[in-house]
Design a protein around this ligand. Sequence first.
Ligand SMILES: *Cc1c(COP(=O)(O)O)cnc(C)c1O
Length: 407
Amino acid sequence: MDTPLDPASTSAYEDVRTAPCRALATEAVHAGREDLARQGLHAPPIDLSTTYPSYDSRAEAARIDAFAADGAELDGPPVYGRLGNPTVARFETALARLEGTESAVAFASGMAALSAVLLVRSALGLRHVVAVRPLYGCSDHLLTAGLLGSEVTWTDPAGIADALRPDTGLVMVETPANPTLAEVDLRAVAHACGSVPLLADNTFATPVLQRPAEQGARLVLHSATKYLGGHGDVMAGVVACDEELAGRLRQVRFATGGVLHPLAGYLLLRGLSTLPVRVRAASATAAQLAARLAADPRVARVHYPRIGGAMVAFEVHGDPHAVIGAVRLITPAVSLGSVDTLIQHPASISHRIVDAEDRRGAGVSDRLLRMSVGLEDVDDLWSDLDRALGRGRTETPDVKGLHEALN
Ligand SMILES: *Cc1c(COP(=O)(O)O)cnc(C)c1O
């Protein structure tokens, strides 16, 4: 196990197995790149191939048979782009390292990743899902509408054990949850799940703040569109899990086609290298803004998780739409996890697709605003918020106000 690195070795995988356990910040910049120096490279190459030549079709047949049997990553070139991609594989290796799982499987979006998980389970006849609200609006919708043939039972964490049925294939939670930042005790929930796999959506916390696999989650889902990419310019999803489930997920990805583009894989790998720095810096700012909001009489309630993080949610006494209309430095937009600060009104945008009664029942008030704090200066962000809150009772900014804001 503790063989020193052999600089003459040609196997990148050998390095991964023999490398000593390293800190998250170190993994973030090195994982998935172990073979580069040996190849004489510094930045990872982007492989845009959709197909891979081979003069030995008997060998290709054997490799395809092997993939059909267990979904293990192909040894050598991937045959065809839907079976795998070396650039995407670098990102998968790195994310698995950060989450502390055997494997990770990347998809075209967070929703494609969740769909693949549901398909893997329902293919075994395990169509029933137990889930805790709130979840991201579209995840809630996918389960509630039964679009993939699944059936959902909504419960609170204490009700999970009683909600399990013989055909339950999955328990799903988000912590901190989108958009209220409600937290779930993953260890307790994992215990309640028994042998049913627990999926934890770790999009908000990222492996920098929380590693759900260490607390018993068998599947860790990310909308990589958010913090992992980190710059608002790549859409992706990923599931970190054990190799057995990863094999099934690769088979579903191959058969249904929700693959991640290699350019996106490159951007995600690059994003991971600054993930710990970005998340820690933005979280420190978010904690300060949460404290200022909590002390502000214009704000009725602030939601900021114990675990910390760069997301803040708050309920205003005034009109939340007016706050959205009045921000000038902060961008009024859905999504999160970028370098710049975004704010949105969940009842109108991210959770609009959830039935109003279910939404309110999950604690998503019509006065709730969700803010994803970026890397700007905390005082600049506060002045923008302060000014926007001051207008909480006017409808839209007037022209004079707009001039003031721009100057
Ligand atoms: C955005 C989001 C998703 C969906 O991911 P996409 O990449 O938009 O498909 C899932 N879960 C959470 C918590 C999210 O914020």
